[in-house]
Design a protein around this ligand. Structure first.
Ligand SMILES: [Zn+2]
Length: 129
């Protein structure tokens, strides 16, 4: 599950499991504060469902009857696409909020990638922050 829901910031920050839980909780609060977020997630997941349904209809039109292993492959592909999409949505909409919370707690991390900068003002990848 850590692949699907990582911390989105430097793993080396001296934070306890409870600290990380609290950061996550506050980031979700911010996530819900933006009313677009639930709508974006629903639209993306609904679109994946519609496209998956269309793809399935198309495939059935070609091969006729679906055998059990056709369904199995379709289900696996569908779940993989869904998980990757959720991962992408989280990186896009949730990760910046988690980093914002960490920065508000006084940790100097890059807002773009979450890397700990310590005393530096520049991220090696993203420059000045
Ligand atoms: Zn960076």
């Amino acid at each position: 599950m850590s692949w699907l829901a990582p911390d989105y910031f430097d793993r080396e920050l001296p934070l306890s499991v409870d600290d990380r839980k609290e950061i996550r909780r506050q980031a979700w609060k911010l996530w819900f504060a933006n009313r677009w977020n639930p709508a974006i997630y629903i639209v993306v997941i609904a679109a994946i469902n519609v496209l998956g349904d269309l793809a399935l209809r198309h495939i059935r039109g070609h091969i006729g009857q679906m055998l059990w292993w056709h369904w199995l492959i379709a289900a696996i592909v569908f779940i993989l696409i869904l998980l990757c999409s959720i991962r992408g949505l989280q990186s896009w909409r949730f990760a910046p909020l988690a980093r914002q919370v960490v920065r508000e707690q006084g940790f100097n991390i890059c807002p773009k990638c979450g890397k700990r900068l310590r005393d530096a003002t520049d991220c090696p990848r993203h420059g000045a922050v």
